[in-house]
Each structure stands twice: as structure tokens, then as C-alpha cells.
Design a protein around this ligand. Structure first.
Ligand SMILES: [Zn+2]
Length: 278
């Protein structure tokens, strides 16, 4: 489990004009090249796939997969102080995705071990807010009209303080019955927003094929996104099971979500079987 991550414990008094956390006045004078999808997560994906295939960015051909270097997924949007202060969130998500990958490899064995991991769920949620700011501030994702997205003000305090109070209904949800999951070393993010004002409301996510929703608002019906902040993600194969336990700042956790291993699959997962860009 990771320790709480605070933003800039020492106030330098300086606000770097290019840093999106400049209002905290804790900036260094040097701007960093920040991976808006964390380098630590990209490293896990690259290690498992030997390549980084991406789609969906504004500067790439539509409906095609492009193999690119991690260096192409950087933008100058954080000073070195703030990049460093947020880096434990990157490690938390990389550990989470690596745990899913290790369980998947283990459960391909005839007699798998029962692996157990612990993940700080609140760090994953705050990492998702960091990704939102990175993608929006650098202009990597936009509304269908080409206009920039707006991020709710509350997101900034949730990113900056591990003890900020989360509004009711906000946070990570996992579908109660996840359906058919094709484990693949991948990360998918589809923003949902209000077309009237461009406000981001939800991220539809897949971590290694596992569907989740990150909700930045109070859902109309509590059940529509699934289990709010589950206590565990269980991976069952025959009589054995592995698990990832989540801890949440709000202390309350929802019921466990169970995935059952039904076989192995060596092709590209549906949705990732796009043609390659020339
Ligand atoms: Zn800064």
C-alpha cells in the first residue's frame, strides 16, 4: 500500500506559467516533460507487449493502431517539483496493472498459486484525475466539436490532498457482473461529458481489459455503474483464486467483484484488433 501523496510540501512561492498546479505556488523554475499517461504504466504495458500501440489521440489517424515511442506521449505541463510530488500515484497504478498481469500469467498454469495483492484505491482515483488534467491541459483529448473539455473544480482539491473529502457518489465503480473480459496488457480511457457545457462527467476505463468507470458526479441511479469502490477484485480459476484488495480513504468499501477464468486467448482482444496505421 502506498502512503498518502501530498502536493509540494514546501512552498517555493513560485508559480511556473506552464505548470497546471502553479496556483499552489510550490513550483520549481524547471518545467518537466510529463507523460500524461504515466511512464510507469507505459513501462508495464511495453514490457508485456514489447510495443506501445495507441489510438484515439487527436493527432493520430482515426480507428487505427499506431506504434509509437513513449517520448511521443509527453507534454510540458508540470514543473519538476510537482511532477516529482505526483509520481507515487504513477507507481500505484503501475503496481495495480502489474498485479493483474501477474495473476493472469499465474492462472495460465495448470496448478496456479493463490496470489494476493493490496492496492490503494484512492491513489488510483487520484491518478485518474491527474491523467484527466494531463490529457485536457495538453489538448490530447477534446469534445467532438473540437472545443476543450472542462474539469470540475473539485477535482483539483482531490488531486492535491489525499484527505480531501470526496463528494457523494464520486469515484471508481466496477460492473457487478463484468461479462467477458479479454485480459490484455492495455489501458483504455473514453471520456463522457455534458455536450451542453463540455464538463467531464465520467471516464469509461479498461485496465488490462477489466472494465471500470470513474465517476466525477453523483450518478442518477446508484447501481447504474456497478459496485462503488469494491473491497476486492477476485480472480477465480477452478478451486483456486487470486485477489487484489483495495483500500479507500472513505474506509467504506462495496462488495467484492469476481472474475472467473474461462480460458486463454492469444489474439488481440476485441476492440484492440484495429488495422495498423501505415
Ligand atoms: Zn508546479
Amino acid at each position: 500500500m502506498t502512503s498518502p501523496v501530498y502536493i509540494a510540501t514546501k512552498r517555493s512561492g513560485y508559480a511556473h506559467p506552464k505548470c497546471y498546479l502553479s496556483h499552489t505556488k510550490g513550483c520549481s523554475e524547471k518545467i518537466s516533460g510529463e507523460h500524461y499517461i504515466s511512464e510507469a504504466l507505459l513501462n508495464v504495458i511495453e514490457k508485456q507487449n514489447r510495443t506501445i500501440d495507441v489510438t484515439g489521440f487527436t493527432w493520430l489517424p482515426k480507428e487505427q493502431l499506431s506504434s509509437i515511442s513513449k517520448a511521443n506521449l509527453k507534454a510540458k505541463i508540470l514543473c519538476t517539483n510537482h511532477n516529482c510530488a505526483l509520481s507515487p500515484l504513477d507507481s500505484a497504478v503501475a503496481d495495480f496493472v502489474a498485479a493483474i498481469g501477474s495473476i493472469d500469467i499465474e492462472q495460465q498454469k495448470q496448478v496456479p498459486l493463490c496470489l494476493a495483492y493490496s492496492v490503494d484505491g484512492t491513489s488510483i482515483e487520484r491518478w485518474l484525475i491527474k491523467v484527466v488534467y494531463g490529457l485536457v491541459v495538453s489538448g490530447q483529448i477534446k469534445q467532438k466539436t473540437g472545443q476543450p473539455f472542462l474539469v470540475k473544480e473539485k477535482c483539483m482539491s482531490l488531486l492535491c490532498s489525499p484527505h480531501a473529502r470526496w463528494p457523494v457518489g464520486w469515484g471508481l465503480y466496477l460492473p457487478k457482473r463484468p461479462g467477458h473480459v479479454y485480459h490484455s496488457s492495455s489501458f483504455e480511457l473514453i471520456p463522457q461529458y455534458n455536450p451542453d457545457n463540455g464538463l467531464l462527467l465520467c471516464l469509461d476505463l479498461k485496465f488490462n481489459g477489466i472494465v471500470m468507470h470513474f465517476v466525477m458526479g453523483k450518478p442518477d441511479t446508484k447501481e447504474s455503474f456497478g459496485i462503488h469502490r469494491p473491497a476486492e477484485l477476485r480472480f477465480v480459476k477452478g478451486d483456486t483464486s487470486c485477489k487484489i484488495s483495495f483500500s479507500w480513504a472513505a474506509r467504506k468499501a462495496g462488495e467484492a467483484v469476481t472474475l472467473r477464468h474461462v480460458g486463454t486467448y492469444s489474439g488481440r482482444a476485441p476492440g484492440l484488433d484495429l488495422p495498423r496505421a501505415p
